[in-house]
Design a protein around this ligand. Structure first.
Ligand code: SF4
Length: 497
């Protein structure tokens, strides 16, 4: 494609009617700047009784209002803050038990028409090599991930560019699902393809839904309109704040009911961001009864030839970041919380007990990096630099040592437990009973197919505890479950409840 073709593509991408229909009658959108400013102006320490009532609401797995979230943000008393941290962990255990879901990011393209000032892949950054993988290369990446590392769930990432538009995304999803690789005892395959991409039109999203797209992620980056305009040049596609703000409305209208939202922390005041994100969660619930499936917490990380990252005004420190995760856990208690390998191992250890439910490992964010055996942290080939470069085996061993079972389960999605169904099951605690069974089966698969002897020993000890718990707490289902467990141990794969 020529530069003129690209410009034409950019000009035609946004459909104003697919923004306007989701606005309020007065033309406003769901991020009420004045209301957020009003909430942030209040500075007094809230009464302990009031704080505990809000914590109790979170423990009942009810979404908090913006006002309630703002109240929790004002807590300075160390004992009350400790109560909030404890409650965040308790909410997570109540909704998700001791499971931690793992996935790998997979970058298929590094061409981008946008120029976000914080991003190493911005179109004007000449220090970065540009690639869009062919379908053979996409399959090779999936083979490496499913056959060598043992991943079953991906978040596939695409730059916004005509060469990696909706047709390319659809083809790549099909290519990834087609891969099956022999493993030590069974067969490896990717069972859930989540996508992190630019906002799309309803018709495009319908196509992706039909190809089996899992969760659709679009992060607003910042809910602060002024900061958004500074970070995303107006003449670029991403410069349209509301096209992005309404991305999830279009996804839900297209039938995609698992949607992930997030903030890139460090672009504006994190308090504003959390309240903006809460407005988004409440808007999704209002619009079609389904809130966000996941919340993500990327923080700014260094990237090659990206001066903005040297000293951003709103960089979020570790203590504030811990507060963000705690507050988000309480604010949207049913949502999965994703903490990626952008963060250091120490930070991931610190935040896991506060309610994180999903983390990646063995991540390599260079385009074509898994099959190509590319060294990690090649700045000229990736969007940013990672904080946790450890392998999956080491990370899973650490989680098992912390009492967390790694789940590769994707059964819920394939049994139709998505969207409102999964949200209601999570709220009631009922999903946990399926998840525990499937976590055990998939953990057994992974230990047998990929773990080192050291990790197998730690993992098998944890499995014994989990098996005892299932036998004790779910006696009716135990015989069928035990039969599936034995079939899994014998090499059968993808058995689930
Ligand atoms: S953040 Fe995304 S849209 Fe912006 S320049 Fe980077 S890859 Fe492109």
């Amino acid at each position: 494609m020529t530069a003129a073709d690209n410009q034409q593509w950019v000009r035609e991408r946004i459909v104003p009617a697919e923004i306007d229909k989701y606005l309020r009658l007065d033309g406003s959108d769901y991020v009420d700047d004045a209301e957020i400013a009003r909430l942030l102006e209040a500075t007094g320490e809230p009464e302990a009784e009031q704080v505990r009532a809000i914590i109790a609401k979170a423990m009942a797995v009810q979404t908090l209002s913006q006002e309630e979230l703002a109240t929790l943000m004002r807590v300075r008393d160390p004992d009350l803050r400790e109560e909030m941290r404890f409650a965040a962990g308790a909410v997570k255990r109540q909704v998700y038990d001791n499971r931690i879901v793992t996935f790998a990011p997979l970058y298929l393209s590094s061409k981008c028409v946008n120029n976000c000032v914080y991003c190493g892949l911005r179109g004007e950054n000449e220090a970065v090599e540009r690639r869009v993988l062919s379908m053979d290369e996409v399959r090779a990446e999936a083979e490496a991930l499913a056959g060598t590392l043992g991943h079953k769930r991906l978040v596939v990432v695409y730059g916004e560019h005509p060469e990696s538009g909706a047709d390319y995304i659809a083809e790549s999803i099909r290519a990834i699902y087609s891969v099956k690789v022999p493993t030590r005892k069974g067969v490896g395959q990717i069972r859930r393809v989540n996508v992190n991409a630019a906002p799309m039109r309803v018709s495009e999203l319908k196509t992706l839904h039909e190809c089996g797209l899992g969760t659709f992620q679009v992060f607003q980056e910042t809910y602060d309109r002024r900061a958004y305009a500074q970070m995303h040049p107006a003449h670029t596609l991403k410069g349209d704040f509301r096209w992005r703000l309404t991305a999830m409305h279009r996804a839900q209208e297209a039938g995609i009911d698992d949607n992930g939202i997030g903030v890139l922390y460090g672009l504006s005041d994190w308090r504003f961001e959390l309240l903006g994100q809460q407005a988004h969660a409440l808007e999704m619930e209002r619009f079609c009864g389904i809130g966000p499936h996941t919340l993500s917490f990327p923080r700014l990380e260094p990237a090659v030839n990206t001066p903005f990252l040297e000293n951003p005004k709103w960089r979020v420190g570790d203590d504030d970041f811990e507060r963000i995760v705690t507050l988000a856990r309480l604010a949207v208690p049913y949502a999965g919380l994703i903490l990626t390998a952008r963060e250091s191992p120490a930070m991931r250890r610190r935040l896991l007990p506060l309610g994180v439910t999903q983390m990646d490992a063995a991540s390599n964010i260079g385009v074509g990096a898994y099959a190509g055996g590319q060294e990690k942290q090649q700045g000229e080939r990736q969007q940013f630099l990672l904080g946790d470069p450890r392998g999956l085996d080491e990370v899973i061993r650490e989680w098992a040592g912390m009492g967390c079972i790694t789940s590769f389960c994707t059964a819920g999605y394939r049994c139709g437990r998505t969207g409102k169904c999964i949200m209601d099951l999570l709220r009631s605690g009922a999903e946990g009973k399926f998840c525990k069974l499937n976590a055990v089966l998939t953990f057994k698969e992974w230990l047998d197919d990929f773990a080192t002897p050291e990790t197998q020993a730690v993992g098998e000890a944890l499995l014994q505890k989990e098996l005892d718990e299932v036998r004790r707490t779910q006696p009716k289902i135990w015989p069928a479950f035990w039969a599936n467990y034995q079939r899994t141990a014998a090499g059968e794969r993808d058995l689930y409840f």
